[in-house]
Ligand binder design. Structure first.
Ligand code: FES
Ligand SMILES: [Fe+2]
Length: 454
């Protein structure tokens, strides 16, 4: 067995040269400056929150029913009567385009005997523009009021007041958002700095290219954690070390949300013997219009050269990068919108990974993959993909996500073990600690902790 010194030496991060980043003053759109790290201590995170039915119930009452949640994309429900159903825990929410052009949201439940009005997903009410419950044909207007109740005279008590139960609905970023709170804070205040950060991207010029839901055997937070730290790249995604700098990642924690900025198009310092240009970096170069065969500068220059090339030629390719800083032309600006949206935002595409809790089982969840690609100016707008539901393991969801998916059930199983003492969090995992702190703020009040915790 080696000495303690040997152990420490073997366990050190490799030395590295930091990547060159834009100066905050050169980023007029999305702020690029580093937010001060919050002081969140070093305590373990109690693993019982990942499987306890009691904690699941607390989350529902104090958090899920208080926050704002992502609903449909507005261009997907363009006509009066178009709707989308989003399921969250035991609830199912119907967001409906109104006659006047706005959107409203309702619990997706018939007031007669509780039948679901519509199945999950996108749909249209058709020409009659009303919602008819399939059970006894109670019929609702698009604004949730009653249109017709068969044999209403046989209900001496009349009908329940008001029609469908409405929930708060607002829009931002081309999406509808809803909140189950009685009196939610305004959406814009809930989102904090996110609109300012994301508005410079051309999200409204992006077409949906993936719309997949996979059921996973883990708690929703086990999955959120996995998408908000980069430490596991060297563990389960070794191929990404030939594509990104996993040790020079800027982490920014805001009030509820957080982000990290990952340099793409460069090598990790963990790669000891750099090969010729790795294939994934060649793909980035080709995407920018650079032929890797003609490139003879050092690999470390590629990221900057791709940025320069995109800046120079973007316009001729119909891509407007004018509001993005240079780093945004290559890097992953990765946001967590509390509680369940991980966004990978790039100049030419935008991915949303959404974790939704299972209705009853804390050991299961639904993982939504929603991706969007920039449609260059002058090109025809392609049709969006259709939604698909998969069981875990049915099909590949891409190498990197397959690696995450394969890993998570094992993490969830370990949470239940008597041989595990709680989550031991390092600096690279600061966003996880911050996420749990925000969750605790909802559940136990601002600055609150679980009972018995320090
Ligand atoms: S449950 Fe909907 S009409 Fe009876
Ligand atoms: Fe991962």
């Amino acid at each position: 067995m080696g000495s303690a010194d040997d152990f420490l030496r073997r366990s050190q991060s490799p030395a590295f040269t930091p990547v060159k980043r834009v100066r905050p003053e050169d980023s007029p759109g999305t702020p690029a400056g580093k937010a001060p790290d919050p002081e969140l201590g070093h305590e373990v995170i109690d693993q019982r929150r990942y499987f306890s039915a009691e904690f699941m119930q607390l989350e529902w009452e104090k958090m899920w029913t208080q926050v704002w949640l992502l609903g449909p994309r507005l261009i997907d429900i363009p006509e009066p009567g178009d709707y989308e159903v989003t399921e969250i825990g035991r609830e199912s929410i119907l967001v409906v385009r109104q006659e006047g052009g706005g959107v409203r949201a309702f619990y997706n439940v018939c007031q007669h005997r509780g039948n679901r009005l519509r199945a999950a997903g996108l749909g249209s009410t058709g020409d009659s523009r009303s919602f008819v419950c399939a059970y006894h044909h109670w019929e609702y207007e698009l604004d949730g009021s009653y249109r017709r109740i068969p044999d209403l005279d046989t209900f001496p008590q009349g009908c329940p007041k008001g029609g469908l139960k409405e929930v708060h609905c607002d829009t931002w970023g081309g999406f509808a958002w809803f909140s189950l709170a009685d009196r939610p804070e305004p959406l814009k205040s809930f989102l904090g700095p996110i609109p300012q950060h994301l508005e410079p991207y051309n999200l409204d010029r992006m077409v949906q290219t993936r719309d997949i839901t996979v059921e996973w055997n883990c708690n929703w937070k086990t999955s959120v954690d996995a998408f908000n730290e980069s430490y596991h790249v060297q563990g389960i995604h070794p191929q990404l070390l030939y594509y990104l700098h996993d040790l020079d990642i800027q982490i920014d924690c805001y009030e509820k949300h957080s982000r990290y900025l990952i340099p793409f198009g460069t090598l990790s310092p963990r790669v000891r013997k750099p090969p010729a240009i790795p294939e994934p970096i060649k793909t980035i170069m080709k995407g920018a219009g650079i032929d890797p065969a003609d490139y003879d500068a050092p690999i470390n220059n590629i990221r900057r050269d791709v940025q320069k090339h995109k800046r120079q030629y973007g316009k001729t390719q119909g891509r407007d990068y004018s509001r993005l800083n240079d780093d945004q032309l290559t890097d992953d600006y990765h946001y967590l919108i509390f509680p369940n949206l991980s966004l990978n935002v790039h100049a030419d595409d935008f991915w949303i990974f959404r974790q939704r809790p299972h209705p009853t089982d804390p050991d299961r969840m639904f993982y939504d993959i929603l991706t969007y690609d920039l449609v260059p100016e002058g090109q025809e707008w392609p049709e969006r993909v259709r939604h698909r539901n998969w069981k875990h393991g049915d099909k590949s969801i891409g190498t990197v996500l397959d690696q995450d998916a394969a890993n998570l059930p094992g993490v969830q199983a370990g949470m239940h073990s008597r041989g595990f003492g709680g989550l031991w969090i390092g600096r690279q995992e600061l966003r996880i600690r911050h996420f749990h702190k925000v969750l605790d703020d909802y559940i136990y009040g601002p600055g609150g902790h679980p009972p018995g915790a320090p």
